[in-house]
Design a binder for this molecule. Structure first.
Ligand code: PFF
Length: 457
């Protein structure tokens, strides 16, 4: 994207730049950290199967619905909704997205800070010696319980995000992604090949891919639904904002599919790397948010050039998470600039200070503060509440509202037109069916069951 000049909107220089930025937002800690631990907690393959169904059946149409809004309006946040349907309450979808963006940015920065901290540890050679799962767990617990370390790392993540967003998102990061993300992908393939050779790897694979449908509960369905939207960065307007910067609308469905394919393969590769390693040492897949951080070091310690691999891995993971935090902050900033005409630099600083303020209690939710760690009896306290409320529920509700808006208020015809999809084509019929019926019915059914039974909590 070219730099923004005094309020003028930036644009993407190329299609590949757009795909990379969308995939850059999607691929991140959601794939490497959140997907494996949620799968582990939710019974493995049953969760994975549901997740894959939701990604394809719901993720694809919701992504295109967001692209259509951004393309048609060249606006973001609540302004995009009022441009299409002036003077209605639908604009609150944009506002919900902004709040969600700030909340996710806050807790996400803490985890991105963990990868930064682990990069430092890798440089210090901490992963060069034989490491048991217990020893690795002890290192992790020590690290996250230190309020100053956790908070400082989260602050560093937010500062890096600010530096990039201030420059006008791309140039550097767009080009860097072009080279670095394929390397990350290759590294993950290499690690997964290693994991697959571990004794007991088959048990890990069975856990991940042989579904036991008796494990499906409402909680598992909701977790898979939330994770599908979280991983694809949907439901809060990231894709509205990014597509509003795109000047040509050719091939949007293909671009959506490319981003989805890239994102899903990274999540599956993370699973194929982690679960064989977890099962080979007889550890529990239900390790919670620490699962990936505890398991990866045991893999590196096992490799010939472990320290080098660990450094490369954490550096690339950090970069992958920064391309996601950038998109989160960008939604908040673009909304404020489009809606209120605020100046970009000031808005970036203001929004990031709010995110930092919320990130601090998140960083203290792992033992740093007793009260925050066990707030309302939820696992991981304040952090856990934001993770579930915004990382799952707010995105799912946002996606529902976006479908209702596009399918029933703005209209499927103008949306198809904005996407450049010919009316009457099979894709037009599929999208119409999905956006108007399948997505709203599936999502409302899950939410209604949860509301009626209270069985998520
Ligand atoms: N999709 C990102 C990941 O999987 O790491 C996280 C994320 C970014 C979620 C942007 C939501 C969002 F709007």
């Amino acid at each position: 994207m070219n730099d923004t000049v005094a309020g003028a909107r930036g644009v993407f220089g190329s299609r590949i730049g757009f795909i990379l930025t969308a995939a850059g937002s999607a691929i991140g800690l959601g794939n490497i950290w959140r997907f494996p631990y949620m799968a582990g907690e939710s019974g493995g393959a049953a969760f994975v199967l549901l997740y894959l169904c939701f990604v394809l059946a719901l993720g694809f149409p919701v992504m295109l619905a967001e692209f259509a809004i951004g393309q048609a309006t060249r606006q973001s946040g609540s302004r995009a909704f009022t441009t299409l349907v002036p003077g209605t309450r639908w604009r609150w979808i944009g506002t919900l997205g902004v709040l969600t963006g700030l909340a996710i940015l806050a807790f996400y920065s803490v985890v991105a800070g963990w990868s930064l901290g682990y990069l430092v540890k890798a440089f210090q050679g901490d992963f060069s010696r034989e490491l048991t799962a217990e020893a690795s767990a002890a290192i992790f617990t020590d690290f996250i319980a230190s309020p100053s370390q956790s908070a400082a790392m989260a602050a560093a993540v937010i500062a890096a995000t600010v530096a990039i967003v201030l420059k006008g998102v791309s140039k550097g990061i767009e080009r860097a992604s072009l080279i670095l993300m394929p390397i990350f992908f290759l590294l993950l393939i290499g690690l997964s090949v290693h994991s697959l050779q571990l004794p007991g790897a088959a048990d890990g694979l069975a856990f991940l891919f042989a579904p036991d449908l008796s494990k499906v509960s409402l909680r598992v369905v909701m977790s898979a639904l939330g994770q599908a939207f979280f991983s694809l960065s949907l439901g809060m307007g990231v894709m509205i904002t990014y597509s509003s910067y795109l000047t040509q609308k050719k091939g949007l469905p293909g671009m959506a599919l490319s981003s989805i394919a890239a994102d899903t393969s990274v999540a599956l590769l993370a699973g194929v790397t982690l679960f064989p390693a977890i099962f080979s040492v007889g550890a529990s897949p239900q390790g919670g948010p620490g699962l990936a951080f505890i398991t990866f070091p045991t893999i590196f310690a096992d490799l010939p050039a472990g320290t080098g691999v660990a450094i490369a891995f954490y550096a690339l993971l950090f970069i992958a998470s920064i391309t996601s935090t950038v998109s989160l902050l960008e939604v908040v900033v673009a909304h404020s600039v489009d809606r209120y005409g605020w100046r970009r630099p000031r808005t970036v600083i203001g929004a990031s200070l709010i995110a930092l303020l919320v990130a601090l209690p998140c960083a203290l939710s792992f033992g740093g503060s007793q009260a925050l760690s066990s707030l309302f009896g939820v696992q991981d306290g304040f952090f856990g509440i934001l993770n579930i409320a915004f990382g799952n529920f707010a995105l799912v509700i946002g996606a529902l509202c976006i479908c209702l808006f596009v399918g029933w208020r703005w209209g499927i015809r103008p949306a198809l037109n904005a996407l450049g999809v010919a009316e009457g084509s099979w894709l037009a019929r599929l999208l119409s069916l999905e956006i108007r019926f399948v997505c709203p019915i599936c999502i409302s059914a899950v939410l209604a069951f949860i509301a009626l039974t209270g069985s998520f909590f």
